[in-house]
Design a binder for this molecule. Structure first.
Ligand code: SF4
Length: 340
């Protein structure tokens, strides 16, 4: 919702200022998605708002629930007829994490990612980002009487390539007067956009940072994450060192396991050495993500191969988790969002 525009609209129509507060409470705290869900407003004002002002800047085209019920994917249409997706993931009982998109498509073009194959259509506005939250929160409230407990900017797009909108969305999501989620419950995942990491450390030192690393030599990483051509590993090392010095926070390292590409036994000690070149192991958690099918030439390793890689890292003193893959059957798992 564009609160500034609404404030102007209400003022121009001679509506007293306290009505804005009522709308703000209803939309950001109680997740009202239609004007009819705000009965505290006088009927004539509601009728006018129904005709002239949208609450959400996007329309929900489709909602898909995974067979196990632990992933819910939303396909939204935004201005210009473009489609974007967000996914709710039920990682723990009654704890829902929302994976948000920041761009329609993505210019980074990682070859294993369905979004990357589309290229960039455009950046999302701050409202188009926060309205994904509001629409998903409304769905959870009305269908399960549950709430979103954390968000991760890991959907479509590279968040730091749309930094200003991202920052405004984080402020809305964490503002106690608006959505009010704690900063520690907000994570941003980047493909390694160095200037973005530096700004993020200054602007949001309490939020979490995740890096999509996937390889620790420049040749392979540039193949898998083409942004590495602009910000090679040497620059990423420096930016992460500075990030940790500034924030004293742990960094989450995402490592997608691609069979025969980056999952050989010899790569585990190389990954360990690279991490140690940045900071002590206590500053990292490595998340191993088994590749989810996206129609590309890659294959997922067998479960045992992922477990062996995890064990090798663990034996070297690295904290490592194997990401539970949710929503594969609705193309809602990592790397599968495409906004079809
Ligand atoms: S993995 Fe992330 S950065 Fe890479 S193309 Fe997909 S959305 Fe973009």
């Amino acid at each position: 919702m564009d609160l500034k525009k609404l404030a102007v609209f209400l003022k121009e129509n001679g509506v007293p200022a306290f009505r804005l507060k009522q709308v703000r409470e209803a939309v950001y705290k109680n997740y009202a998605a239609t004007w009819d869900e705000i009965p505290v407003l006088p009927a004539p004002l509601r009728d006018k708002l129904v005709r002239e002002f949208r609450i959400h800047s996007l329309d929900t085209l489709e909602t898909q629930v995974s067979k196990k019920g632990d992933a819910i994917k939303f396909c939204f249409e935004i201005k210009g007829g473009l489609k974007i997706e967000s996914v709710l993931l039920n990682l723990m009982p009654e704890k829902w994490s929302l994976c948000l998109s920041t761009q329609a498509g993505c210019p980074v073009r990682c070859p294993f990612c369905a979004t990357g194959r589309k290229g960039l259509k455009r950046n999302l506005s701050p409202d188009e980002i926060t309205d994904q939250f509001l629409a998903a929160a409304h769905y959870l409230k009305t269908t399960r009487q549950q709430k979103i407990s954390s968000v991760i900017f890991m959907g479509m797009g590279e968040p730091f390539l749309n930094y200003d909108s991202l920052a405004e969305a984080i402020r809305t999501i964490t503002d106690a007067e608006l959505i009010g989620l704690g900063q520690r419950h907000v994570s941003v995942s980047t493909a390694g956009h160095v200037p973005g990491i530096r700004r993020f450390a200054q602007d949001f030192p309490q939020c979490n940072l995740a890096i999509s690393l996937h390889a620790v030599d420049d040749k392979l990483r540039s193949d898998l994450v083409p942004l590495n051509n602009t910000y090679p590993l040497s620059q990423l090392v420096k930016a992460l060192k500075d990030y940790i010095t500034t924030t004293k926070r742990r960094v989450f390292v995402e490592y997608v396991m691609l069979e025969g590409i980056n999952n050989s036994r010899s790569m585990a000690p190389k990954l360990n050495s690279w991490l140690r070149s940045v900071a002590a192991p206590k500053y990292f958690t490595v998340n191993l993500i088994t590749y989810n099918r996206t129609g590309g030439p890659y294959r997922a390793p067998a479960r045992e191969r992922v477990a062996i890689f995890a064990e090798l890292l663990g034996n070297l003193g690295v904290e490592v988790t194997i990401r539970k893959s949710l929503g594969d059957d609705i193309a809602g798992a990592c790397g599968q969002l495409a906004g079809k």
